[in-house]
Design a protein around this ligand. Structure first.
Ligand SMILES: C[S@@+](CC[C@H](N)C(=O)[O-])C[C@H]1O[C@@H](n2cnc3c(N)ncnc32)[C@H](O)[C@@H]1O
Length: 174
């Protein structure tokens, strides 16, 4: 979905490796990418990988929390790539974040999102649901079953729930 004219790209929630961001930078030689995370360990590892690709003059990695006001001007980005990050946010954080995305995205810009669907990964008998934040808290057991289970909280979405949040922030949905 990236066009050659999409030269300023925002990628909140970069994953270790930054594969998607590297592909974008290789596809469009003119684009500048700002990629953020709150994971300091992942940040260091990803930075090393990006440096090896010699794309660090075009992929700028930062520690930045997407739930806080974003330090970018209005209508700044052509494209926002938010894959598998928005379901980390509570209902309240999600509304604030999408409002900020709307502000920093150009009017003709595209917000690409992927969120996890309801009950993904959850052991149906062992979770807590908070109706105020819409977060489901559960123990995640890695598929290798060797690592210690970790407790995580996610807002699992239906097509309607994520669509409602997007519309509230002002987005048209394709
Ligand atoms: C599952 S990874 C997804 C990575 C990548 N976008 C992908 O599609 O593979 C989620 C990432 O979002 C980051 N993240 C979670 N909450 C965040 C927040 N409030 N602000 C910025 N990044 C956040 C996590 O640290 C992690 O790096």
């Amino acid at each position: 979905m990236l066009k050659d004219t999409d030269t300023l790209i925002f990628c909140p929630g970069i994953r270790t490796c930054g594969f998607a961001e590297i592909k974008m930078a290789l596809k469009n030689k003119k684009c500048q990418i700002i990629a953020t995370t709150i994971d300091t360990k992942g940040f260091k590892e990803t930075k090393k990988i990006i440096e090896k690709t010699e794309l660090s003059n075009r992929i700028h990695i930062k520690i930045e929390d997407v739930t806080k006001p974003l330090p970018y001007n209005n209508k700044y980005f052509d494209y926002i790539y938010a894959r598998l990050i928005l379901h980390y946010l509570t209902k309240q954080e999600l509304d604030k974040t999408l409002k900020e995305f709307y502000r920093v995205l150009k009017p003709e810009g595209i917000l690409f999102i992927v969120v996890r669907k309801k009950d993904c990964e959850v052991n149906k008998h062992n979770f807590e649901y908070d109706s105020n934040t819409k977060m489901t808290t559960y123990k995640f057991i890695n598929s290798d079953k060797k690592s210690t289970p970790i407790q995580i909280s996610r807002y699992f979405h239906t097509k309607n729930s994520i669509s409602d949040h997007l519309k509230t922030a002002g987005f048209n949905i394709e």
